[in-house]
Write a protein that binds this ligand. Structure first.
Ligand SMILES: C[S@@+](CC[C@H](N)C(=O)[O-])C[C@H]1O[C@@H](n2cnc3c(N)ncnc32)[C@H](O)[C@@H]1O
Length: 367
């Protein structure tokens, strides 16, 4: 056992200590704490340790409210108060941009979640017999649960009353649980604006933060007077449809068929088909596009969007709005644009409180 001081914090919510100069990663700790740890794995350049005891706790430490915390693989920041979680995420974003994209960006706007708990409108459970559960942290073993403190309360009510049937549970903006079609209410942009979606397509899990992301995008698109927008990884049209509703012509580029079907249905229903086009395209394979948009929106999965960067460098849209759920690939991708673009704005949207995950939006402007 070793007694160490937590000197730094890493992206995956791991505290960093040093033993004889070698880095040690420890979960469930916070910066400046003094803790006892057991080394459980030795690698060439670093070690991994388990927390044994907290000798000097951080003033930001709180008691986690979930009885499965530390056992379940879901949350990893519940031991920090919510405003400190935001501070840690901002620190991680700044550090990642500095380390990988090699520039400092100090003016990051942080948008907190209205509900730091009970915010997830979609949860994938594991059925253990007829009971609900999740995987244990970093393992395939089960942890049975009767309640999840980050799931929408409607989902918690549902799992109390129903046996597990091996499917994802989602609650939509009509308050329906597990409907065959989901419903996103975007009337904050324009009356009657809504999107239908299939549970087989991606949906942003935190309703409040999704609204903030759309509002922020729309505000900037209006200021930039974007008229023709390509929405890379556009999914069900979460950004495309609000953009068309304010008058932009939009092409949604996406690979998932269910997402594209929902998108086309919504466009038809809303009488926006003349403003909204789509192309089924695998953006991880080489692609050719003739379109010359003035603005580009992209929202890739965690692996990022290397090929879209090459497209942007060739077609030179005046503004790029890059949404990302993974700061390291975001930093890698935007660094490849810095020869032509300046980073004008950066927002951190806390889509996933109690976990180390978050969304970032970067606005890049051509020089
Ligand atoms: C983070 S989601 C964003 C979706 C949408 N922008 C939204 O806000 O709901 C990423 C999207 O990328 C799509 N995607 C994943 N791999 C892809 C690929 N190889 N080519 C094109 N789209 C892909 C997924 O289907 C998903 O819709």
């Amino acid at each position: 056992m070793y007694r160490v001081s937590i000197e730094n914090f890493a992206h995956n919510a791991k505290g960093i200590a040093k033993i004889n100069g070698k880095i040690v990663f420890v979960s469930y700790v916070l910066p400046n704490e003094i803790v006892d740890i057991d080394i459980v794995s030795q690698k060439k350049d670093y070690s991994i340790a388990n927390l044994v005891d907290i000798k000097k706790p951080s003033k930001e430490r709180i008691e986690p409210i979930c009885k499965y915390y530390g056992l379940c693989g879901g949350c990893d920041l519940q031991h920090a108060n919510y405003s400190y979680q935001l501070e840690l995420k901002k620190f991680i974003l700044k550090q990642t941009i500095k380390k990988i994209a090699k520039f400092d960006f100090n003016d990051i706007v942080v948008v907190a979640s209205k509900n730091p708990f009970y915010y997830r409108r979609r949860v994938k459970f594991k059925c253990i017999g007829k009971e609900y559960g999740f995987n244990k942290k970093k393992s395939n073993e089960d942890v049975l649960i009767d309640r999840c403190v980050i799931a929408d309360e409607a989902i918690n009510d549902y799992i109390l009353k129903n046996r597990c049937k091996n499917y994802e549970i989602l609650v939509d903006d009509k308050g329906l649980i597990n409907p065959k079609k989901g419903f996103l209410d975007l009337s904050f942009i324009k009356d009657g604006l809504y999107i239908n979606y299939s549970p087989k397509a991606f949906v942003q899990v935190n309703r409040y933060i999704n609204i903030k992301m759309i509002e922020t995008l729309i505000d900037m698109v209006k200021k930039e007077h974007c008229s023709f927008v390509l929405d890379f990884f556009g999914g069900i049209g979460n950004f495309s449809i609000p953009l068309a509703a304010i008058g932009c012509d939009v092409v949604n580029l996406e690979y998932n068929k269910s997402a594209l079907n929902s998108f086309k249905d919504s466009a038809r229903m809303l009488n926006l088909s003349s403003k909204l086009k789509s192309k089924r395209i695998n953006l991880f394979m080489p692609f050719n596009l003739k379109e010359k948009p003035d603005c580009v929106v992209l929202d890739p999965p965690r692996s990022g969007a290397k090929r879209v960067m090459s497209y942007i460098l060739n077609s030179k849209p005046k503004t790029v709005f890059y949404f990302s759920c993974e700061p390291s690939t975001l930093a890698r991708d935007i660094s490849s644009l810095l020869s032509l673009y300046d980073v004008e704005k950066m927002f951190l949207f806390d889509m996933f409180p109690q976990t180390h995950h978050f969304e970032t939006l970067v606005k890049l402007k051509i020089r």
